[in-house]
Design a protein around this ligand. Structure first.
Ligand SMILES: *Cc1c(COP(=O)(O)O)cnc(C)c1O
Length: 405
């Protein structure tokens, strides 16, 4: 399919609205993406035509809902080239997925064990491990980053030892856009027998990942960052690890046999999907993946990289601007400050002009501490953004600076 930006923008109803009297310019895609009509329609269609609980009823509509839910799992399996469909657990998103794994490893580690996390992590990939370590007393070590927002791989290799049991690293930093060399990290970690979890929340909207080739033990994502609904995401886990981990929550759907004395758990993936799941969310998630594949990840990559190059060049023309993590291998995210102006003030003025950006710490306080700043302005582009929007951003930033200085 050829890449027709006007046609694509037409498929996103929200892009037609105005904000504060101006056309809406949405540059906060790293926080969440907008939703195309195909995804919205799939949600309306489910509730209008075949809403029912799944895996329980023998009636027709329940069967239709079950088929659609399991079909979504199948779409995800194909998209990520996952070996077994039962290695895909539907969760409420990346945060839930990581907590599920941290809970699963609580009793598999002890005070002699170490876990490595990268200095580029989102809070959702820091806090669950700290909570786990409070219980099992394992130690957390941090793989540091440098001025460009790149992880220091030689320190990483020095930190690896036979005590290292787990390595957690984000595929892409949400605050800076850095693409981490996760293939290399996974290989090195596997050489000493450590388990690797990759946080794919930022990656999945930008490119397609083959999970068998990548060979991570766990991989997570949130549908809302890739044009799908909120409240749904996935945990991919290798069968052997999902089998070793205890269930996270007890309830209906996750059991094989229950008496008051003893319960046996259901097979994967149901062991980890207690209660009525987010049925419509899963359906919308599958629809979003189909939609992105229809646009084509080559087209997405191409367009986003043009936007990033153009915006970087344009923003660098603004006096006193500092871009953080100006790294060569990054996605369409630019994190910056202008002179001494507080990021929040810039964000508030941009909003008056209809432009949505993120300001502050972006759930990654350690990165801000590294640069000794309280936060940044972050603009993040998606395939539905345009060069004209970047020109408008540039013009509006100059207006904001003249108003604030
Ligand atoms: C958004 C994000 C998360 C958290 O995702 P939720 O959908 O809020 O659970 C975790 N890690 C990264 C890198 C993110 O961008």
């Amino acid at each position: 399919m050829s890449f027709d930006i006007n046609k694509i923008r037409d498929e996103f109803p929200i892009l037609k609205r105005k904000v504060n009297g101006y056309p809406f310019v949405y540059l906060d895609n790293a926080a969440t993406s907008q939703k195309p009509k195909a995804v919205i329609d799939s949600i309306v269609n489910y509730y209008s035509n075949y809403n029912s609980n799944i895996h329980r009823g023998i009636h027709t509509v329940s069967q239709e809902a079950t088929d659609a839910y399991e079909n979504a799992r199948h779409i995800i399996q194909t998209h990520f080239n996952i070996k077994h469909s039962h290695e895909i657990i539907f969760t409420s998103g990346t945060t839930h997925s990581i907590n599920l794994v941290a809970n699963g490893f609580e009793n598999l580690l002890n005070h002699e064990d170490e876990i490595l996390i990268s200095g580029l992590e989102h809070h959702s990939n820091i806090v669950p491990w700290q909570m786990m370590c409070q219980k099992n007393k394992a130690q957390i070590k941090v793989i540091p980053m440098n001025e460009n927002g790149e992880l220091n791989l030689s320190i990483f290799e020095k930190l690896l030892s036979n005590k290292t049991k787990l390595v957690f690293v984000t595929h892409i930093s949400n605050a800076l856009g850095t693409i981490n060399p996760i293939k290399e990290i996974i290989q090195k970690a596997h050489e000493i027998g450590a388990v690797v979890l990759v946080d794919g929340a930022q990656a999945c909207s930008h490119f397609k990942t083959d999970l068998q080739e990548l060979n991570a033990d766990f991989y997570t994502t949130s549908a809302h960052k890739l044009c799908g609904p909120t409240g749904i995401g996935m945990l991919y886990g290798k069968e052997e690890w999902l089998k070793k981990m205890p269930p996270y929550q007890g309830g209906g759907e996750m059991i094989a046999n229950v008496t008051f004395e003893k319960t046996t758990y259901a097979e994967l993936p149901h062991k980890f999907e207690a209660g009525t799941p987010n049925i419509v969310g899963a359906i919308g998630f599958g629809e979003a993946i189909n939609y992105l594949n229809k646009i084509g990840f080559d087209n997405i990559k191409n367009h986003e990289s043009n936007l990033l190059k153009y915006a970087t060049k344009k923003l660098k023309m603004i006096p006193n601007i500092k871009i953080y993590g100006d790294y060569i291998d990054k996605t369409s995210v630019i994190s910056f400050n202008i002179g001494e102006i507080h990021s929040y003030d810039i964000g508030a003025i941009l909003d008056k002009f209809g432009i949505a950006v993120r300001t502050g710490q972006h759930c990654a306080q350690p990165i801000m501490d590294y640069f000794k700043i309280s936060g940044t302005v972050r603009v993040s582009f998606s395939f539905y953004n345009t060069i004209e929007e970047i020109d408008y951003l540039h013009k509006s930033l100059l207006r904001a600076v003249s108003m604030l200085s």
